[in-house]
Design a protein around this ligand. Structure first.
Ligand code: 13P
Length: 251
């Protein structure tokens, strides 16, 4: 089974609409033809200018978050319908920064996952343990809870629209990467868990991205591993010079 590599750039709270458009133009012109699925996820307000530049290109534009509600009195929130109206088809949910800084729970994230899927969108669901959880021997327990709670109520036939991103919290923005072996063993555990929750076919086709200090010089070693099908890139996605070699890891 060949899973098509999927590299996504999570810009986090970086890039104004003007900066994002300039960056997207540079990335588009540098990328050319690629066998890899490529997505950038700008901040909400930067999405329109980036979409405009990337119209007709193979680079997809996603969102970093979305409301758990459809519409109405939810000050400061952005709905699935608003994103879809812009042409956004994919949304990152449950990022560790949403969980730790903004208190998003597995239950709340699950509500968003179900809403996004019911709206016909694709989801990148982020999971991953903290350093103290790993050191306390809780890795498998944490992943089991995050995957089973995050996907609660998701039908097998909708799993083709779900990507999981394994992002160990201690590796995010720290320059510390999980070794390819440690990351692969976590990915293998996640895939086996999905086989148990669904079936072997769903698990085989599931794209599992690794995230946490992915850089040009470690991308190939990580992505060569059997169960690592892509990357969710933070810091290194903000520079074309750093992001392009990650996308082209296999060239
Ligand atoms: P860094 O690549 O900056 O470690 O960020 C990873 C991440 O959180 C992507 O969502």
């Amino acid at each position: 089974m060949m899973r098509k590599p999927f590299i996504a750039g999570n810009w986090k709270m970086n890039m104004t609409p003007t900066e994002g458009a300039a960056f997207a133009k540079k990335l588009r012109d540098a990328l050319g033809q690629s066998d890899v699925r490529v997505l950038v996820a700008p901040p909400f307000v930067t999405i329109p200018s980036v979409i405009e530049v990337l119209r007709g290109s193979s680079i997809e534009v996603g969102a970093q978050n979305m409301s758990d509600q459809k519409s109405g009195a939810h000050t400061g929130e952005v709905s699935a319908a608003m994103l879809k109206d812009l042409g956004v088809k994919t949304v990152i949910l449950g990022h560790s920064e949403r969980r730790s800084i903004y208190g998003e729970s597995d239950h709340f994230i699950n509500d968003k996952v179900l809403l996004a899927l019911s709206e016909g969108m694709e989801v990148i669901l982020c999971i991953g343990e903290t350093l103290s959880e790993r050191e306390g021997g809780q890795l498998e327990a944490v992943l089991t809870t995050q995957v089973s709670e995050g996907l609660k109520g998701v039908a097998a036939e909708d799993m083709g629209r779900v990507t999981l991103a394994y992002e160990p919290v201690w590796a995010i923005g720290t320059g510390k990467t999980a070794t390819p072996e440690d990351a692969d063993s976590a990915h293998a555990f996640i895939r086996a868990l999905v086989a148990k929750l669904y079936n072997e076919g769903v698990a085989e086709e599931l794209i599992i991205q690794y995230g946490g200090s992915v850089k040009a010089d470690n991308a190939k070693a990580l992505l060569s591993k059997e169960h690592i099908d892509g990357a969710l890139v933070g810091g290194a996605s903000l520079s074309v010079e750093q992001f392009l070699p990650i996308v082209n890891f296999d060239k």
